[in-house]
Design a binder for this molecule. Structure first.
Ligand code: ADP
Ligand code: MG
Length: 323
């Protein structure tokens, strides 16, 4: 089996969510789609994952299913950060060879993630070359309600969802045997990040700005702040560490690592002071951890304090950690 049509027919045609508003999906020269509510705005985002760059080099296909899951999940995380509801996605897949077992596993992981999020696969492209996967996701949001990076105001509280550091701890564990101890069980945190879609939707009318954490809390928060033309003050000790990192002895160093750790795909957002009670109710309703880690300030710096002492994130090895 080598033909593009056979690959599509066999692995990417069946078992995906039907989605909404798909008039014509895979099989024609283009998909024909109808926005579910006429007045909604459409949100589009695209991410490429390259073998050995965005995930550990694939040997033997052990993580093919995980990779399928992750390629879509990281894209869904962008929709979550916009407060958007997933609708459709396309898949551009570049493969070094046609390996049926690999394709079977990859498509099953992809399907699993797509069904969970009820997003329909409506098209794509398949070609030969070094392993890479580009996914474009399309979602919708009620008019004017998309969560932007640019909406934060001075004095807004800064929050982060979930906990930090698990995915990066696993990646670093791959590189150093001494760290690998106790990292079993973190694999899924890297390969199968849970896009915060339900949270994103509810934040539309609560948060002033939001971003998803792909490259590390501080780095991504800096992007939000730049868009909002603000600075921030963070309390390092308030960062929600993942369970594994909580066991590490050097707390300050561990917190610094978590501040720079990527790949967790949690949301970082800002919210006006008077909306925090409503946010607490939302956290218990959705049963997710939402942690206040600081507040926005005038200026353009991010000042990071550890128990009231100003600290620097340089020379902590966090660049290496963030990969
Ligand atoms: P064309 O040559 O007109 O670009 P293709 O033969 O590449 O068409 O694709 C045929 C159909 O299969 C199109 O609807 C395209 O969107 C879809 N398709 C191609 N590759 C994939 C893929 N990896 N996943 C999902 N759909 C795909
Ligand atoms: Mg084509």
């Amino acid at each position: 089996m080598t033909g593009e049509s056979e690959i599509i027919e066999r692995y990417f045609r069946q078992g995906f969510a039907d989605g909404r508003g798909v008039r014509t999906g895979i099989g024609d020269d283009g998909a024909v789609l109808r926005a579910p509510v006429g007045a909604d705005e459409i949100v589009v985002s695209c991410d490429t994952l390259v073998d050995g760059v965005h995930f550990p080099k694939q040997e033997g296909g052990r993580h093919a299913a995980d990779l399928g899951y992750r390629c879509l999940a990281v894209n869904l995380s962008d929709l979550a950060a916009m407060g958007a509801e997933p609708l459709w996605f396309t898949l551009a897949l570049t493969l070094p060879s046609v390996d049926e077992d690999w394709l079977e596993a990859f498509s099953s992981g992809l399907r699993e993630c797509a069904v969970e999020a009820n997003i329909a696969l409506v098209g794509g492209d398949t070609c030969r070359g070094p392993l890479a996967c580009t996914i474009q996701v399309i979602g919708s949001v009620p008019p004017g309600q998309a969560l932007l990076r640019s909406g934060a105001a001075v004095g807004d509280a800064i929050y982060v969802s979930g906990d930090l550091g698990a995915a990066a701890a696993w990646i670093q564990g791959l590189e150093s045997a001494e760290h690998a101890v106790g990292l079993a069980g973190l694999e899924a945190r890297f390969w199968r990040p849970a896009a915060q879609l339900a949270l994103g939707k509810r934040l539309r009318t609560l948060a002033s700005a939001a971003i998803d954490i792909s490259d590390g809390l501080v780095r991504d928060l800096a992007r939000l702040l730049r868009a909002s033309r603000l600075g921030a003050r963070l309390r390092l000790e308030d960062l929600p560490l993942c369970e594994t990192l909580r066991k590490f002895a050097d707390r300050e160093q561990t917190l610094k690592m978590a501040a720079g750790a990527g790949d967790d795909y949690q949301l970082c957002f800002t919210i006006a002071d008077d909306k925090q009670q409503e946010l607490e109710r939302l956290a218990s309703e959705l049963d997710i951890r939402l942690t206040r880690i600081g507040l926005t300030t005038t200026g353009e710096n991010i000042d990071i304090f550890y128990h009231d002492r100003l600290v620097s994130l340089e020379h902590t090895g966090f660049n290496h950690f963030a990969g």
